[in-house]
Design a protein around this ligand. Structure first.
Ligand SMILES: C[S@@+](CC[C@H](N)C(=O)[O-])C[C@H]1O[C@@H](n2cnc3c(N)ncnc32)[C@H](O)[C@@H]1O
Length: 195
């Protein structure tokens, strides 16, 4: 909600274009993370090819879960980037987006301790509609190979991939929130350059 835009601003970026499809999110960002060099604009990421500019960095935090055509997004993103630009993004880990609501996320002991994560229908890609936080929450699941191959096909060189990890200390302090992270990472991160 604008934190990253503000961080890039604070680090000395000349100009930042920050897009989101939600007016509410943009209002929050404008209120809490504004700066002279940030322009917040309502736009769907499906429409980024209409942006007539090129960028040194394209970054996204946890938004690519909601794009139906990840391959097209990668291709359109590639075209927005200067030759030595970087694409840095995070998304929910494919082991997490595989979850389709047909079973609990974890198998637990009678006392509720998470024994292991339930990965179901990993090989079935596409729209997931689940009851989580709100009823009918929607996102798209793709396998790791689909994600990687979309980046490669668009022309990207994957320079680094990381998976989120939580310290044992944090798991002990917040077992409800982070207890499951011992079994699988929640998020995946990529840094890509242009070929
Ligand atoms: C989990 S939030 C992440 C928000 C923010 N990037 C952050 O890290 O705090 C996902 C965001 O993706 C936005 N979003 C969903 N579908 C989108 C689309 N098709 N185009 C642009 N933004 C979209 C939502 O409005 C929401 O703000």
């Amino acid at each position: 909600m604008g934190q990253h835009a503000k961080q890039y601003s604070d680090m000395g970026a000349k100009a930042i274009l920050a897009i989101d499809i939600s007016e509410k999110m943009l209002d929050y960002a404008k209120k809490h993370n504004c700066a002279d060099n940030i322009v917040y604009q309502r736009m769907a990421m499906e429409d980024i090819s209409a942006i007539g500019e090129r960028f040194d960095i394209v970054t996204s935090s946890l938004a690519f879960d909601y794009i139906e055509d990840f391959g097209a997004l990668m291709q359109n993103t590639y075209l927005l980037m200067e030759d030595d630009a970087k694409l840095v993004f995070s998304m929910s880990h494919p082991m997490v987006t595989a979850w389709d609501g047909s079973c609990d996320r974890y198998t637990r002991t009678d006392s509720g301790v998470r024994l292991y994560a339930n990965v179901v229908n990993y090989c079935v890609e596409g729209l997931r509609k689940v009851n989580w936080v709100v009823d009918g929450y929607e996102y798209y699941h793709r396998t790791l190979a689909t994600l990687i191959n979309a980046m490669i096909k668009a022309g990207f060189i994957i320079e680094e991939c990381q998976e989120s990890h939580i310290s044992d200390d944090m798991r002990k302090r917040y077992p409800d929130l982070f207890g499951g992270t011992i079994h699988r990472p929640e998020f995946i991160f990529f840094r890509c350059g242009k070929r």
